[in-house]
Design a protein around this ligand. Sequence first.
Ligand code: CP
Ligand code: NVA
Length: 308
Amino acid sequence: MTHFLDINKTSAAELRQIIDSAAAMKSSRNGRPKGMADDQTPLAGHMVALIFEKPSTRTRISFDVGVRQMGGETMVLSGSDMQLGHGETIADTARVLSRYVDLIMIRTFEEQTLLEMAEYADVPVINGLTDRSHPCQIMADVLTYEEHRGPIAGKKVVWSGDGNNVCASFIHAAGQFGFDLTFTGPEPLDPEQVFVEEARAKGVKVEIERDPHKAVQGADLVVTDTWVSMHDPQSARERRHNQLRGYQVNAELMAQANPDALFMHCLPAHRDDEATSEVMDGPHSVIWDEAENRLHAQKAIMRHCLGV
Ligand code: CP
Ligand code: NVA
């Protein structure tokens, strides 16, 4: 069974193949209307369940459109409307879904829910974000970087802000794609040490630098994300703002990165909190390409999982 659970759980060779396949599929659409199917429809006859226990704009729509472009069909399901939200175990849900659908994508809270779904499903399971990681996003980000600047291997990525789920997947990607990563943020919001150690063991530099101005020196890519994630208590908002204000990505900070540095944000953004509108809409920003590339990257991930 080929699941896509995390960037550090798929081999570097397979990840490379997924990125290359995403780029090829993207270029082969050549301005086709978005609702028109691809030339080849490898998902014809396939039914894909898209389960959301948290809100989503990009993940939901890009998976749904991606499946349809490849000739398949989708069911978009809210966790709370399923028996999953009323006490049926994840294992039993996984066994039942496997009798109806060919592929499951799930966005959930606990990583354990994703892992149990994968353990008991007889069909591939894709991680559409958990409290701990967001691998589909970072596949789109690698695709976006390489489209604009060529190979990401050997480059310096700087993450500024909260060491959250999206940051974790960037750290996984550093080890797998061979780029260096500097995290800059306050100590209480550091990324999990286990991810940092694991990436370092693969021979890349993963550094923690409290001073954002020092961190961005020599950066090829600067990335940030919301200061309060969906799994964080809303009561944390004020404290987070106080902790993270100094890590805002603004024009002054970007000016200290390499002149051709890119800026990314997975979105949704709180404009003028974690990044200013000047940066988001400015010349370094590739946030709209990043959002578009969710579609292409995930199409390649689904083909990888289904072997089609
Ligand atoms: N970036 C991302 O996953 O966005 P959504 O929460 O809108 O899916
Ligand atoms: N870190 C954010 C990412 C949203 C796509 C969250 O988990 O809410």
